[in-house]
Design a protein around this ligand. Sequence first.
Ligand SMILES: O=C(O)CCC(=O)C(=O)O
Length: 303
Amino acid sequence: VKLEEIRQFAPKVLTREQCEFYYENGYLHVEGLISPEWLARLRTALEEVVEKSRTITKTDDNFVLDPAHKADAPRLRRLSYAADNHPGFWDFAKNSPLPDAVADLIGPNIKFREAMLNFKWARGGDEVKWHQDTSYPYTNTWPIQTLTCLEDVGMEQGPLMVLPRSHKGEVYNRYDKEGRWVGAITDEDLKRVPLEKAVPLTGPAGSTTFLHIYTVHGSRRNDSPRGRPLLLCGYDPADAFPIRGLPLVSKYTGEIIRGKETLYAHVEGGKVQMPPDWTEQRYTSIYEIQQKEERKPGYYGVG
Ligand SMILES: O=C(O)CCC(=O)C(=O)O
């Protein structure tokens, strides 16, 4: 099996124990992987994109605005294409120790999927309801999400919460009774999810979470006076191919970041609910869908 193949490579930046923790629990939270220099560069890039958002008045493919966003007081939910918007984010996604750690976890050949910023702004930054990242199923279950805190995150900021070992369990329903993709695990299915076992991942700026795409996760609203900007960089093993299109396709999506390309898909058995076909539906963001601001038959959203 794939895990046995991955274990043959000696990890370069993580320890063997950290890798095993990830395989067992479906997540890994690491402090100190990102240097203060990288963090400073990411924060500069963050300031620059927030500055740019002042000229934006309506949510577009790139800037997902909080309804209260104004030129003189920006409030953002998400920047959907962080790497395309600022070379600092792309440089980080490609050249920092982050993809080295990803290669330690999912094998030496990896390609870039996406990079986005979830802002969770101060005083009202949105909740992200419980979900798995099955809005983009693949031929196998090795694609990974990474989430790096650009500021210190305590309980009041609405940290990412994960349910350990849930990547080994069920893939939950994300459609409502009318057949609309709701971007979150349905209330009915949620009754079967042992959420009392969920773990909040607080930590200092620069800490990173590695998340298996089937791990149940979410985060609460941020009512505190401090924002919780989080940089998400997603990667796929070179041998994982999306079977239903991807919600967010950047100009860098599919670019090999470490190792080499392959023409052969690694295919695993199993059952996964199909999201709507993203090549036919416009994607906005998880926030619009989960908050019911925008929900149409077959319409989607989470990532
Ligand atoms: O921002 C968060 O806390 C959760 C992020 C997430 O799960 C997503 O954007 O899909």
